[in-house]
Structures are given as C-alpha cells and as structure tokens.
Design a binder for this molecule. Sequence first.
Ligand code: SAM
Length: 218
Amino acid sequence: MSPKLPPDEVSTAYDVWADVYDSQTNATRDLDAIVLHAQDPALFQGDVLEIGCGTGKNTEWLAPRARSVLALDGSENMLKRARQRPGVQHVRFLQHDLRETWPAPDASFDTVTCNLVLEHIEGLSFVFSEAKRVLRPGGSFFVCELHPLRQLQGKQAHFMNPQTGTLQMVRAHLHDISDYLNAALSAGLVLAQAQDCRDASDPRTGVPRLLALRWRKP
Ligand SMILES: C[S@@+](CC[C@H](N)C(=O)[O-])C[C@H]1O[C@@H](n2cnc3c(N)ncnc32)[C@H](O)[C@@H]1O
C-alpha cells in the first residue's frame, strides 16, 4: 500500500482548469476523442476503469457502451463537471490520486483507459503495475498521450487561467516512447497496438500529436 499523498500542484491547477477545460480551444483534447472513438468497439463493452477522467468527455462516450464504468481523477472540480454529464448516472466517480493503490480489486476490469494523464505522473511503473493488477486475464490497457516527440518540442498541458488571464503550464514530465514500453514490459503486459496520431489537416511529415498504445494482460 502506498502512502497517502497530499493534494499537489497538478490537481490544484486542474481544479482551476475545470471551469474552462471543455470550452477553450484544445486540439489535443479533441484528437484524443477522435482516436478513442476509432478503437475496436469491443474494447469498451465490458467493465471499464477510466483513470484521469477529467471533466468526463470520454466518460460520457464510454457510459452507454460499457457494462460498468469506474472513473477516477485527482481533481474534485474536474470530477464535479464529469458528474454533470448526461447519461453517466451509473458511472462510479471517485476522487483518487493515481500514484496511490487504486480503489479496485485484483482482476476486476476488462479494460483500463488512460487519456492525456501520464505526462503529469513522473514514474510510470506504478501506474502500469496497477493496470496489470486490476485487469482480468485477456484485458486491455489503452493509453493515449501527448506524443513524446511533441514533448521534446517543448509542448505540454497548458490553459488560459480564467482567474489570472495568463497562460498556465501544468507540471509535466517527459516520457520517451521507451519509458512507456519498458514500464509495460516490467509490468508483464504485452503490446497489442501502437499508433502515431496526427491532426487530419497535418501532413504525413508532421510531428504526431498523440501516441496511442494498447497492451493486453496475458
Ligand atoms: C488533460 S486532463 C485529461 C482528462 C480526460 N482524460 C480527457 O481526455 O479529457 C488530465 C487529467 O488527469 C488528472 N490527473 C493528473 N494527475 C493525476 C493523478 N496523479 N491522479 C489522478 N488524476 C490525475 C487531472 O486531474 C486531469 O483531470
């Protein structure tokens, strides 16, 4: 069991971002939804754990498709927005820091989905070992994140803070592609799919915006 962590600057920043997360222009958020919707529908028909659900843009899409959804996030204000989405009455929302043991029994989910969260978590190995723990054999861990090549260009999560009127960067950590692959390998997950995702308007030579990876628990 990991120790209880105090609220950190990431959840404090998202508590502010919550008010404008859905309304401000955000091509990364929008492409993530497109990528998620393009996945094999069978991935999201069972018991789904969504980690870092935010304001619930993906939760609202998952809710009518899945047998059950548990949605975790560290920011109470993001969760407050998510709970107000239509059609999510049967979703269980919980405030939880993903760096602590997840509130879920072993082998209790068919799919874990994680969208635009891991840049905020420095060490990936705990997240991957928790994903492996809570998945049933044959279950999938789907991750869609800001592409490491974009991170190397200096891109990171940011928003126009409505309280200060200034651009606010949210604390982020660089993850190379090998960091994701090695964290999954150490956890005992098997790579099933990899995608470099560009905006529809971007040329083939453009740096991909998102990296989407899917692993299976043997
Ligand atoms: C960019 S938002 C993505 C929200 C949603 N998945 C989406 O695609 O729109 C990142 C979310 O991750 C959450 N988050 C970041 N670090 C976290 C942590 N250690 N524990 C729980 N949630 C965390 C934030 O609170 C925020 O809601």
